[in-house]
Design a binder for this molecule. Structure first.
Ligand SMILES: [Zn+2]
Ligand SMILES: [Zn+2]
Length: 736
């Protein structure tokens, strides 16, 4: 029995987790931990919500709520989603806790005292119009390395390059698109350069790392490590634990990696033995595994090891099995269904084992994998149901019907050896793959074994054999029950619920989890009573046309997120404005909003644009689209796209979008309303059911109603969340 530490990258608490998180970093550690626990090892698996940093504050500002509110809301949503997906953490905590603040401050002060940190002046982006420093996501520009036009102030998400102030090309403040200036400010830096040689030495024997992880790390080390700032000018986060540092907090990446340690300590405290964490962190025999997506590699193979080296006395990572990305390029259908890939929505429709199987079978271990609903349906129906589920049910139901118990084996020892060696070979291959964190390969081995079972069952032909020779048939079925048991154990890290059910059908005492991995080979006692089996999986049908009938009208629209670049007066009409709007391309829009917004308020504002209206000339000026605005008589307010949208993003509510041009009179027939989110329903002046995201309780969103008396409303949304409108707008107000 060994102890194992499993650390899982902390998801940001700024949106519900979706399939990408599960494939990238959440399911792999659970597969690994479940496997190791079955083998009898003691696993400490920790993570939590990353509640700090600019992803949280940007969202909070857009929603006009506190960062704490956003951080707590999504922590609760994600914690529940993770539990419901049967991902078993020893502790899934959060970073905004007293314990975490204390541990981060301790590490900071310790490193400072040991000379690993120093303070220096640096140049940071500063927005003269917002009058504040612009950390990380508050700045966007062009990556000097790869040309990505949406690179953030501190890192390019496309190529992984990190930068300090001034390196981005064409940098803009995300609030007001003002070009920021560089201002001097003081920050604490970690002396990464001092760890260069030790890190090079440390990675030398990491031949077991995935090639992509080795390469990424090698490239960083070869480029030479530069000292990095670990503090930021903002209010939200762990305050710098030194006097005279008001308005500065610890940079989120430094704060979050320390979370592995603070969460382990919190777990120990909760377990009643406050020192219990030490066995996992200080015994050099204990291996620690870090599971994360590829964008996080340098933080776990360079920076976190450097922090640990600086502090001393704690284990460095043993393996960092980073995954590539699950992408959502797919075909049109999958793209337009983006809203339903978040885990809370998926769990409303599919059993956790179904989702776990799909993600494991399509896991982006060595290259990006793409998601599509067709593939989802195919993998579940053709593999899980047709191969594994079918095999279980054929064996269990036939044996139950004709024997009702485990038959005695009285057959030839060669027959027995054939079956047992197939089981042992698969087990050895699965162990080899799981030990090395090759989860897709292990699953393939298990599914191949199920396929072998199906073929073997066919060749035995028990339905004919039972009539000829009941004893011989019983012996054959005994071997197949052994195979069913072996499959249940081997697949249980992936399919914990259905494996336990198969275990029960076999009439086994206790749980599979208690029996452990060695149960793969254990004998089944003859005459043990079987329980009546039910099919473990049934075919799924992705509802391709779900929206067409009810919300078909909405599909005549093509809505896009946009940003107003410029506003000026219409030369021929006092009440009109001429707007330049970026919707992935720049269009001109004539808008009658002059009574409600100044030009300054308009510029930089994010909007939702009807992009497929037939272009029209309004008082001599071309208008190529329309901005959605809510109208309650005296108050008129522009509606806002989902938080975090980029110009050009589709606002499709998970349905198809029209590529056909429509007339203004067609648009006028559609019923769009302001709705207040209240519990699971919506208030549009009356209560209606909601289709779409409803997590923004108490907020105002925009819905499509198929008819004035419709019972269900479609929330305008993208995969980032719902379209919102100023809370002053009453539910039921018209949107036009
Ligand atoms: Zn600004
Ligand atoms: Zn780049």
């Amino acid at each position: 029995m060994a102890k194992v530490l499993v650390c899982v990258a902390w998801p940001y608490a700024n949106s519900p987790i979706h399939l990408g998180h599960v494939a990238g970093s959440l399911l792999p550690p659970d597969l690994f931990s479940r496997y190791r626990r079955l083998r009898g090892d003691e696993v400490l698996m920790v993570s939590g919500s990353d509640q700090h940093g600019t992803p949280i504050t940007v969202r909070a500002e857009k929603e006009k709520v506190t960062p704490l509110e956003v951080a707590e809301r999504y922590h609760e949503i994600n914690k529940k989603a993770i539990e419901d997906l049967d991902i078993e953490f020893s502790l899934f905590t959060k970073t905004h806790t007293e314990n975490h603040f204390r541990v981060v401050s301790d590490v900071f002060l310790d490193l400072l005292q040991k000379g690993c940190l120093y303070e220096k002046s640096t140049l940071q982006y500063y927005c003269p119009s917002c009058q504040k420093f612009l950390p990380d996501r508050y700045v966007e520009g062009i990556c000097p390395a790869c040309g990505n036009e949406k690179a953030r102030g501190d890192q390019c998400e496309r190529c992984g390059k990190t930068f300090e102030g001034g390196e981005l090309k064409e940098a803009k403040c995300v609030h007001c698109i003002t070009v920021p200036e560089l201002r001097e400010t003081k920050h604490h830096f970690i002396k990464l350069s001092a760890f260069q040689e030790r890190l090079i030495d440390w990675v030398k024997d990491k031949q077991h790392w995935r090639p992509s992880v080795q390469l990424f790390t090698q490239n960083w080390l070869e480029a030479g490590l530069e000292d990095r700032p670990i503090t930021r000018d903002m209010e939200w986060g762990v305050p710098v634990p030194l006097p005279g540092q008001d308005g500065k907090v610890i940079y989120v990446w430094f704060d979050a990696v320390i979370g592995y340690l603070s969460a382990s300590m919190e777990w120990a405290q909760r377990s009643g033995d406050p020192d219990a964490w030490k066995a996992y962190w200080t015994d050099p025999q204990v291996r620690s595994y870090y599971f994360l997506g590829k964008d996080n590699i340098p933080f776990h193979t360079i920076i976190w090891p450097a922090i640990l080296m600086g502090r001393g006395g704690l284990n460095l990572p043993y393996d960092v099995p980073a995954n590539e990305f699950l992408t959502f390029k797919g075909d049109k259908v999958s793209k337009s269904r983006g809203t339903t890939i978040d885990i809370p929505s998926l769990l409303k429709r599919y059993e956790p084992d179904i989702i776990r199987y799909y993600v494991a079978a399509n896991m982006p271990e060595n290259k990006d994998a793409d998601f599509s609903w067709e593939d989802f349906e195919a993998k579940i129906n053709n593999e899980l149901v047709a191969t594994l589920g079918n095999y279980y049910h054929r064996v269990l139901s036939f044996t139950y019907k004709h024997f009702g118990e485990v038959p005695e084996f009285k057959g030839a020892s060669e027959d027995r050896e054939e079956m047992m060696s197939a089981i042992r070979e698969a087990r050895d291959a699965a162990e080899d793959a799981l030990d090395g964190c090759h989860f897709k390969r292990a699953l393939k081995t298990i599914m191949d074994l199920a396929q072998f079972g199906n073929r073997h069952f066919d060749s035995v032909g028990p339905w004919a054999l039972i009539k000829k020779d009941r004893e011989q048939c019983g012996s054959a079925l005994y071997l197949h029950l052994m195979l069913v048991k072996a499959l249940a154990v081997l697949s249980s890290p992936y399919l914990p619920r259905s494996s336990e059910r198969a275990w029960k059908f076999l009439g086994q005492v206790g749980t599979l989890q208690q029996a452990g991995w060695s149960a793969v080979e254990a004998e089944l006692p003859a005459h043990q009573k079987l329980n009546e089996p039910k099919p473990l999986f049934s075919k799924i049908e992705v509802e391709k046309n779900e929206g067409d009938s009810v919300f078909g009208g909405f599909e005549t629209l093509n809505l896009k997120a946009g940003r107003i670049l410029k506003a000026r007066d219409h030369p021929n009409a006092d009440s009109l404005l001429l707007l330049e709007v970026d919707i992935g391309k720049t269009i001109q829009v004539v808008a009658g909003l002059k009574a409600y917004y100044t030009k300054e308020e308009m510029e930089g504002r994010e909007v939702v644009v009807v992009s497929n209206l037939k272009p029209a000339k309004l008082r001599g000026e071309q208008s190529q689209g329309m901005l959605l605005a809510a109208d309650a008589g005296e108050i008129v307010k522009l509606v806002s796209p989902p938080s975090g949208s980029r110009p050009g993003d589709a606002v499709s509510s998970g349905l198809k979008q029209s590529d056909r041009v429509i007339e203004f009179k067609d648009f006028q027939k559609l019923i769009l309303r302001v709705a207040e989110v209240s519990g699971d329903h919506l208030d549009v002046g009356r209560a209606v059911k909601a289709k779409g995201p409803t997590e923004l309780k108490g907020r105002k969103v925009v819905v499509y109603l198929p008819s004035e008396d419709a019972e269900e409303a479609l929330v305008l949304s993208s995969e980032r969340g719902p379209v919102t409108v100023d809370d002053a707008m009453p539910g039921g107000a018209t949107v036009r």
